[in-house]
Structures are given as C-alpha cells and as structure tokens.
Design a protein around this ligand. Structure first.
Ligand code: NAI
Ligand code: MG
Length: 359
C-alpha cells in the first residue's frame, strides 16, 4: 500500500527532525518491499510556519485544511519562532489542524531507552513505560474568554480564560484510555484532575470516569489530583500504565514524563482522530527549540518515535516495532545527541538509526 503523507516541518528544529524522520521512514519503506506488510510513502511537503507568516501574514494557506484533508496522515515538526507571538503561531497552525480535524485524542508514550540516563536513576529504568492520554479538543485550551473585559484602561484590565468540559468530550477520551489499557500488560487507568479546586468541569470529568470505569471491571483504576500525580511520576512511576488527563494537565505531565525518561527530544506523540474522518497528525512532543536550531544538535528520536506511531495507525505494527527496535539499538550503542549526554549530531543519529533497521 502507498500512504500519502503531508509533511509540515514548520519552524526551528522541526525542519531538522522532520527531515531525519523522513529519511528513516523512506529507508524502512524501501526495505519493506516483498514482505506481507510492504508499504510505500508518497510525501508532499508544505512550507507553512513562521517564515510563511512573515511573507503572507498567515501561518498556513487559507485553504490549507482543504489541501490536507485527503492525506492519510500529517507528519509535523514544531511551530514557533521568536518573530511571531507564540499564541499566534500555535493557534494559526498546530491547533487549527488539531481542532478542525477533530484530533481529540493525543497519545504520548513515556518510554525509557537503554543507554539513556534518566534523572530517576532507578535500577530498572528501562522497565518503566507508561502512556499519557491527553484530551486534545477542549478543556483549558478551548480558547474561550477575552481580554479587557472591565473596559478600564491600562492597569485595570481584566481577562477571562475559561475551560470547557463536555460530557461527550470527557467520555470519549476516558473510554479511549480504557480501551488502550486493555491492550497493555498492566491494565490500569489513572485519571487526573484538580476537582477539589475546579468544581464544575473537573467534577463532571470525575463523574464520567466513575461511570465509564464500571464498564471495565477488568481494568484497575485510580483518581489522582494533578499535583499529587506530578509527585507520583517522580516517586512511584512503576505504578503507572495509562494516565488520562485534560488538555493542560496532560500537556504538563507529558513534558515531565519525557524529561524523566531523559529528554524532551525523545518523546513521541500522536494526535488522533479515532473515527478516521480526518487525517491524524504525528509529531514529537518538543517545540522548535530556537536555542539549538540550525546547529545539527536536535535529537531526532522523538520525531522517529512519532513515525512509529504513524505506522501503527496505518495498521503496520511490525514495521513500527522495527523502528522502535532501531531506536533502542541506537541509544544502547551510545549514539546520543547532546541533550542526552552524547556528542552525536542529528545526522549521525539518523544514519545509525537507518543502519539499525537491518538486523
Ligand atoms: P522546546 O521544546 O522547543 O525546548 C525546550 C528545551 O528542550 C530547549 O532547551 C531545547 O533546546 C530542548 N529540546 C527540545 N527538543 C529537543 C530536541 N529534539 N533535541 C534536543 N534538545 C531539545 O520548548 P520551548 O523552548 O518552550 O518553546 C520553543 C518554541 O516552540 C516556542 O515558540 C513554543 O511555542 C514552541 N512549541 C511548539 C510546540 C509544537 O509545535 N507542538 C510544542 C512546544 C513548544
Ligand atoms: Mg507541551
């Protein structure tokens, strides 16, 4: 099968890691011919992002969503550059795609790799493995509110930023988490809120969680407040399997998870439209990292891990496993970028990943 993929490298190291991910994927596809799960990739690259904004005043083409809607998937780098306010660049490209393509489930595995020293420094680090399921369509990032509501001048401004929680939105992401838990060795879902302080939306979430949990008696559950969960990530990570949380809370927890696994540069993610009415989007968790952009220092593993999630989404689990195996071989061999304590360049890691595809 040939899959059509829209590549949107966007800004900063997004360009470097998408280029790396494409090379690794193309090598894997070339090597898959003849097998039962042979696949080919047909790429189209889009130059949207902050440079496009400088030329056009837009983060993406006006009919951009229309141009994207028939692709099998979107492979995304990272958006954001100091020349454009971050809220403008994020809402103008990444959030616009996520929201319009109803990518309501954001899956972010926290995966510990051999050869990478985790700040947790547990003897059995590489046996730790959990996944953050992030509600990706509403919650704190619903975009509701406004500025200057008091009508008063400078010094007296009032802004409101509201969260939106719907029963449908809570139920579908919680159900997604339970279904995912059933595919894992440890069948457990931890639900995260701050429902002691946020008494409307998050109490609705808790209620829905209890109701859905009753339908999955084979899955262990817990409800944990977000502050306690951040401590638990550090102190009792072996107790985690699937962690489901609202948009903001899961955003923060997944960055914490990837830092605990060794670096933000290692973390992969999938923005899924589980109904498959629209393309899903696969991207590393990290941002555009202006501090290291253009220097060949970017860790491509988060982007390559995201490509593995894309192959799983395409129904190619064996090919995805080959990619993940190549990642483990590469880190175990000590071919590491600077963020994980090594001195290899993006290109060197990419070449090692490609070599590691063949046993
Ligand atoms: P960031 O993730 O870009 O960088 C945070 C730190 O981690 C930096 O020190 C960076 O050098 C390091 N880092 C990140 N990825 C790395 C990699 N692959 N290899 C090596 N080191 C890596 O987050 P920051 O600095 O908060 O944001 C920079 C820009 O990225 C902003 O414009 C922000 O809005 C945007 N952003 C975009 C995201 C997206 O497109 N999904 C997500 C997060 C931030
Ligand atoms: Mg984040």
């Amino acid at each position: 099968r040939t899959f059509r993929i829209a590549a949107i490298p966007a800004d900063g190291i997004g360009k470097e890691v998408v280029a790396a991910g494409r090379q690794v994927l193309d090598a894997l596809a070339a090597d898959s011919t003849g097998g039962t799960d042979a696949f080919a990739l047909d790429w189209q690259e889009f130059d949207w992002g902050c440079e496009y904004y400088a030329r056009t005043g837009k983060m993406m083409a006006d009919d951009g969503l229309d141009q994207l809607k028939d692709f099998d998937a979107i492979y995304f780098g990272a958006v954001g550059w100091p020349t454009v306010p971050d809220d403008v660049s994020l809402w103008g490209l990444r959030l616009r795609i996520c929201q319009n393509f109803d990518q309501w489930a954001n899956v972010r595995p926290v995966h510990f790799l051999p050869g990478v020293i985790s700040p947790l420094r547990k003897a059995d680090d590489t046996e730790l493995d959990w996944v953050v399921v992030r509600e990706n369509s509403e919650g704190e990032y619903a975009g509701l509110g406004g500025r200057n509501l008091s009508g008063r001048g400078p010094g007296g401004e009032v802004a409101v930023q509201s969260s939106l929680f719907t029963e449908v939105g809570c139920e579908r992401i919680i159900r997604f988490a339970f279904d995912l838990a059933r595919t894992r060795t440890r069948r457990k879902v931890s639900s995260v809120t701050k429902s002691n302080a946020q008494q409307y939306g998050m109490v609705l979430w808790d209620d829905v969680f209890k109701r859905v949990a009753a339908e999955y008696p084979d899955v262990e559950t817990e409800s944990v407040l977000v502050d306690a969960m951040s401590a638990k990530f550090v102190l009792r990570p072996e107790d985690l399997s699937v962690v489901v949380a609202s948009n903001l809370n899961a955003d923060i927890l997944s960055d914490l998870g990837s830092a605990l696994a060794g670096s933000l540069g290692l973390a992969a993610s999938a923005n899924l439209n589980p109904e498959r009415r629209f393309p899903s989007m696969f991207e590393p968790v990290h941002g555009s990292a202006p501090d290291i952009a253009g220097q060949g220092l970017a860790n491509p593993i988060g982007a390559v891990g995201s490509a593995a999630l894309m192959l799983e989404h395409f129904g190619l689990p064996d090919q995805a496993a080959r990619l993940n195996k190549a990642i483990e071989k590469t880190t175990a061999a000590g071919v590491l970028t600077r963020d994980v304590g090594g001195s290899a360049t993006t290109d060197e890691v990419t070449k090692t990943l490609i070599d590691a595809l063949t046993p």
